[in-house]
Design a protein around this ligand. Structure first.
Ligand SMILES: [Zn+2]
Length: 323
């Protein structure tokens, strides 16, 4: 999750590299954009406050750059700021937005641009809601709402450092976040869930495109890459926080989970004890748990526990891996 300190750093020392770049001449942009969208995105204009209905829309969906179509914000991160401009607390990806110091009008602000095509979007301020504390104050005209094909799946299979490392490698998976779910208290911390008293399990929330990977395949991989037959235990990790669990968001997902458990039971001698439960709430874990394996590959735990798991997984699911 980006915080103000990251935004300031990007604006001072350079922005993250975007996935792709789109570059067009001013004349080319003029032919594909409305005059209003052109003047705001390419000439750094600002629309009048309260000029768009987008401020009061809070349905799910993804907001993309009006110029190049790059996905910028998830509807989940949109909030009512009362400013009259659509406001978000976080971009979909760290490299979606570029940040520049803007000293026009005698004040220093941080301008937000599409990192793919340099479209001016608006500004970022450090007075947004927790936990990021950021307010992306956007011009509605710079954004287009797109229906997302992406879906989410929440799974627990022991230590989330391991499960996150596995699912991140799959084709069709765009995001994996570590967190907590299935317990009794709101906004649990790592220290609280480690006690085993909160009822929360260490879980990952996978964002995937069902055109590229099915929920059934994700469930097969889940049940093949941890031991679903040991109750409240994965290897040396014991406690209910390490239990094997599948959270469903719909009746179809529930049926898929039951079917794949029955299918995978053939592979195991001992009975599968994986819990199948309706998702109530996913709580994202602290920042230092996110991308733990890629950020700590040299750590003893990663080398001793995660590396062998990943090797086995890569052999088993070669054709499902990202290039
Ligand atoms: Zn763009």
């Amino acid at each position: 999750m980006l915080k103000w300190i990251d935004v300031v750093k990007f604006a001072s020392v350079g922005n993250p590299v975007p996935d792709t770049r789109v570059e067009k001449t001013e004349a080319e942009w003029k032919t594909i954009l409305s005059p209003e969208a052109f003047s705001i995105t390419r000439l750094k204009g600002t629309e009048r406050a309260h000029s768009s209905d987008m401020c009061s829309f809070f349905e799910p969906g993804i907001y993309a750059c009006v110029c190049c179509g790059t996905l910028l914000f998830d509807g989940d991160e949109k909030f009512e700021s009362g400013t009259g401009w659509p406001s978000f607390t976080q971009p979909v990806k760290e490299n979606a937005i570029a940040y520049h110091k803007d000293s026009t009008f005698g004040m220093v602000r941080i301008e937000a641009l599409c990192n793919t095509c340099d479209a001016h979007l608006g500004h970022v301020f450090p007075d947004g809601p927790k936990p990021s504390g950021l307010r992306y104050c956007m011009n509605a005209v710079a954004l287009q709402k797109v229906e997302s094909r992406e879906k989410k799946l929440t799974l627990g299979g022991g230590c989330f450092w391991c499960t996150e490392a596995v699912f991140t490698l799959l084709k069709g998976v765009s995001k994996v976040e570590s967190g907590y779910s299935g317990g009794k208290i709101d906004n649990p911390t790592y220290r609280e869930i480690c006690s085993g008293m909160t009822g929360h399990a260490e879980v990952i929330e996978i964002t995937y495109n069902p055109d590229e990977i099915t929920v059934e395949d994700l469930l097969r991989i889940h049940l093949s890459t941890h031991n679903p037959t040991t109750l409240n235990r994965q290897g040396a990790d014991t406690g209910t926080q390490y239990r094997s669990i599948i959270f469903y968001r719909s009746e179809e997902e529930k049926v898929a989970a039951q079917n794949i458990i029955a299918e995978m039971q053939e592979v195991y001698d001992a009975p599968i004890v994986t819990e199948v439960k309706a998702l109530e709430q996913f709580y994202k874990a602290e920042d230092y748990h996110q991308d733990y394996y890629s950020n700590n590959a040299e750590a003893g735990y990663c080398q001793a526990v995660i590396d062998p798991k990943l090797q086995k997984f890569k052999q088993l699911f070669k054709d499902k891996l990202k290039a």
